[in-house]
Design a protein around this ligand. Structure first.
Ligand code: SME
Length: 149
């Protein structure tokens, strides 16, 4: 079963998130940290079981902060080849070199962001972006089907 089908066959949105995180983390060894922040009262919020990788202190990110906040605000995927060159970057781990953030948008509604960090510089190319945008789209559809909102 493809990851998108697997996400869409989960019984709850929480299970869909955990399925996505596990599936994406296993795609490539350079995907060192994979997590999904959900928008809760204008703050991107990370739950304990919604990421794989090193624990982070940044579990609540306001929309005007970080690469995550910028991607969520603009509704666009951001690919950062060198996080040390981007003043918006909030460091989760000193080893991180590159990052991609993909917004999860259901209709007009921003549900959250899919965030990946890599210890490899420029780890995220066009193929990675396309695959991760498909995952974010599956999560948006799962949210529409399962959130009850
Ligand atoms: N680097 C992110 C913060 C989250 S950590 O990567 C897990 C940012 O700048 O928004």
């Amino acid at each position: 079963m493809s990851l998108t089908d697997d996400i869409l066959s989960q019984p709850t949105f929480d299970a869909a998130i955990r399925t996505a995180v596990t599936g994406v983390k296993g795609m490539k060894p350079t995907y060192d940290w994979v997590g999904i922040y959900l928008l809760e009262e204008d703050v991107l919020t990370l739950q304990d079981d919604h990421y794989l990788g090193q624990p982070t202190v940044h579990t609540r990110i306001p929309l005007n902060s970080g690469i995550c906040g910028a991607s969520a605000t603009d509704g666009e995927t951001l690919v950062i080849d060198d996080v040390h060159e981007d003043g918006r970057y909030i460091a989760c781990s000193l080893s991180v070199r590159s990052e991609i953030v993909v917004p999860i948008i259901a209709g007009e509604r921003l549900v959250g962001v899919l965030d990946l960090d890599s210890d490899t510089p420029a780890a995220f190319g066009e193929a990675d972006r396309q695959e991760l945008e498909r995952v974010a789209d599956a999560l948006a559809r799962a949210w529409q089907a399962l959130s009850g909102e």
